[in-house]
Every structure is written in C-alpha cells, then in structure tokens.
Design a binder for this molecule. Structure first.
Ligand code: ZN
Length: 440
C-alpha cells in the first residue's frame, strides 16, 4: 500500500502556483552574499512569515572567517564605440561578475576579453560567476556575444560599491511545546537563478507558513542566509541554539521536475536521514539517497566536525548535474509549480514524521490481545482493511518501548501515517501506552 505524501497538503496545485509566483517576484533582484538584494528578498519573505533580520558588521570575525565588505550595484554595461549598450546589467543581472569591483574605462578588445566569462559548450547562455574573496571586475556574456565582438574601443562601466557595511540574514522562529529545534536552511545569495536557489527560498517560506498554523511539538527555525559565510556567521553567533537542533534540512534545487535526491547528514544514520528516506520511498517516482560529502551547500558547515549536526540536504536535481545549473537557463521556465508543490509535500510529510515519531509499550504483551471484540479488527473493507489490520499487529508486536513508530513502519514496509493511525487506535483502547515523555 503506497500512501502519497501529497494527501497531506490540501491545496497542492494552488500552493505550487503561489510558490512559483514568489519566485517570479524575487527573480529580478540582484542578490549577493551581502547588500540590498538580500535585504529586499528578506522584506518580501517577511510579507508572508514572521522574520527577524540580523545584520553582522563588516570585519566581524566568525570562526576562521571575516565578514567581507558589503557589495551593492546600481548599473553596469559595455558600450561599443557607437554608444550601443551591447551588454546590459538591466537586461540580466548575471551579466556582471558578482562582487565585481567598480570600473569605468575605455579598453581595447584584447583587454576587455580578459574580463569576460562565457560557456563555449552552451553558447546562448550567460554563466553565473562570482569573485567574493578576490578583488576583480568582469562581465558574463553568452559565447555568441563574445564571438561577435570586433576590434573596437569599448566603454565598460560597473557602478558598484564595496564598503564597510553588513552581512544580512533572516530567521523565522516558530516555538513549539519543547525547545528542541528543527532547522530548515536555504541560501539567499544567488541573483536571477530560480532552481538554485529561489526554489529553496520559496518552499521554505511556504513550509513555515503551513507550520505556523499547526500545533508544534518541536520549535522550528528557518534560516534565510547567504551561502557559506552566512551559515558560518549564524553558527558562530548561535552556538547555544545550534546545540538544540535535533533534525535539520538544507533546501536547494527543489523546483525542477527531476527526481528527488537526499544527501544524508555526516552522521549517516541520524533520525532525519531515516525519516527522509522513508518519506521518499512512499512517494511515487524515482529518488536517490546520497552519502555525505564535505562539498555542496551549507550542510558542509552544519555537519563540520565541531557541530556534527543531524542536517541533510534535500534536492531534486543535484547541483552541477543539470545543464541549466549556474546559467541564465535556470530561469522561471525551468522551475515548475507542480515540482514545487511536490517538494513542499515531501517537506510537510517529513515534518509530520518528526512531530509524531514516538515510542509506545504494548500493555498486553503476552500473546495477541483480542482485537475483534474491541472493534479493532476489520473483516470487511478489502485491501485497505487488511493493511490496517496488519499495521495494528505490527504496532502491537514491536511496541516494546524501544522501537519508534518509524522503526515499525520501516520494518513492516508500511507508510508512517498507516502505522501512526494504527497506534493511535490501539492507544485509544488502552492496548498501547506512551513509552516516552512526548506530550500527547
Ligand atoms: Zn549555486
């Protein structure tokens, strides 16, 4: 019996469209690891969920790193000698090397070419390139644009600034009945790129919105942070909070129609690793589990050995594996409402297991209790009734105070929600008693 996690979300298609609309709203903003692009992005998120915005000053030490100068950009272009804007930041913000130093000069073609980046294998796409920690100026162009340049005097202008300022990040904290935390993290530092990572930003925002309305056993902390330096800054400033994280997910590349991929935490056998694997098994379609590696997104920081937090990374297509990755083709057409909706459903199903995975003890452990007289054993109702009966037998047999409902679901090969419903029915009749201190 396959249960679809999609059942857990009432308005799947509607939510998908709304998440796509949020991506479309954020898409034109030129973001980076610092600057007003991040602030404008956080302001848009704050329209939907409660958000605390933090500013970390330039020069602040965060573990082995230093918060860099703040980067902002107003305009950039390359003009030929006729005065035509042949490359224009206003048309696409990927055209500027992200974190480019300011420049205004007239240069010959050979000198210009030393500052141009293109992808010869994908001649109609603009690459996304950054230079955060090495001062440089540059433009990213299609290879077709590069090939069409003739000898000329080119006026280049990058109206950017690198100044003492701040690194900005946002936090949405939803308190639960316990202080134990679930961390959901996404990066907000990429400019006009949709799957990497406005998809993660949008799904995280809607997940927070959905959980905001629910009764929560765990407290949830959503981080909207610049990649790498933002995660390092957050961890450096929140070591007490980090110690409360019991489960965590980094969300990225969750808007394309590719199969789900889950990269396990460094621990490899954390509860979150087993929960996501279980939920993905219950989903229609293919999925793949990936072992931890110290490369990728901010799980690298959360899983650094000093923290070793139970944080994995949920993706659909894996970064670097899809041709649109870090190019102008990672656009609004590449991300789909239906894919976003499925990703939100998976996240909600994961949170459902996190919230309700608990242990019980069978109060009648000597032989099977009589279920029929209690109305707990269906004799009609076909396949579904047979599955529900089987789920009760598994829940009774393995509820010894040690096996969790997830353990039982995995061992039985049944969905968590089926086992959870069976356990609830048995508990209602006094056949199972709570064997943990989770609040009812
Ligand atoms: Zn990226």
């Amino acid at each position: 019996m396959i249960e679809s996690a999609l059942d857990l979300v009432g308005a799947g298609a509607e939510a998908g469209e709304a998440m796509h609309a949020l991506i479309a709203q954020l898409y034109p903003i030129c973001r980076s690891i610092t600057g007003d692009g991040v602030r404008r992005t956080l302001a848009a998120i704050e329209q939907r969920i409660p958000l605390n915005v933090f500013e970390v000053p330039t020069g602040a030490a965060v573990f082995d790193w230093t918060i860099p100068r703040e980067w902002n950009i107003r305009d950039a272009w390359i003009k030929n000698s006729r005065g035509d804007r042949i490359v224009d930041f206003q048309r696409c913000n990927l055209h500027v090397l992200n974190y480019s130093t300011p420049i205004h000069a007239t240069v010959p073609l050979a000198q210009l070419k030393a500052h141009l980046y293109s992808i010869p294998e994908q001649p109609d796409r603009i690459p996304y390139r950054t230079s955060y920690y090495r001062e440089a100026w540059g433009f990213c162009v299609t290879h077709e644009q590069l090939a069409s340049l003739n000898e000329d005097a080119y006026e280049v202008c990058i109206d950017s600034s690198l100044t003492e300022g701040h690194l900005t990040y946002g936090e949405c904290y939803l308190p639960g009945t316990t202080a134990d935390e679930v961390l959901i993290s996404c990066h907000v530092c990429h400019p006009s790129l949709c799957n990497d990572n406005l998809s993660g930003v949008s799904v995280a925002t809607f997940l927070a919105q959905a959980l905001f309305k629910r009764r929560r056993r765990y407290s949830y902390r959503f981080l909207f942070i610049p990649g790498t330096i933002g995660a390092i800054a957050w961890l450096a400033r929140n070591q007490v909070e980090a110690a409360r994280i019991r489960h965590g997910l980094v969300l990225t590349c969750v808007g394309d129609p590719g199969a789900f991929h889950y990269k396990k935490s460094r621990r490899g056998d954390a509860e979150i690793d087993r929960i996501v694997a279980h939920v993905l098994r219950q989903q229609p379609g293919q999925h793949k589990l990936l072992e931890f590696s110290p490369y990728g997104y901010d799980e690298r920081q959360f899983c650094s050995p000093g923290f070793n937090l139970p944080v994995g990374c949920l993706m659909r297509s894996v970064w670097g594996d899809f041709p649109e990755y870090h190019t102008s083709a990672d656009n609004l057409d590449f991300v789909k409402a239906e894919a976003l909706s499925e990703s939100l459903s998976v996240c909600l199903a994961v949170c459902d297991v996190i919230e309700h995975n608990r242990r019980f003890r069978n109060t009648h452990p000597f032989c099977e209790p009589a279920l029929g007289p209690r109305g707990l054993y269906a004799t009609t109702g076909g396949g579904r009734a047979a599955v529900e009966n089987l789920a009760k037998l598994w829940a009774l047999n393995l509820s010894d105070g040690h096996h969790s409902l997830l353990d039982i679901a995995d061992r039985a090969g049944l969905g968590f929600t089926t086992i959870r419903a069976a356990a609830a029915a048995l508990a209602d009749h006094g056949l199972l008693a709570p064997a943990d201190d989770a609040p009812d």
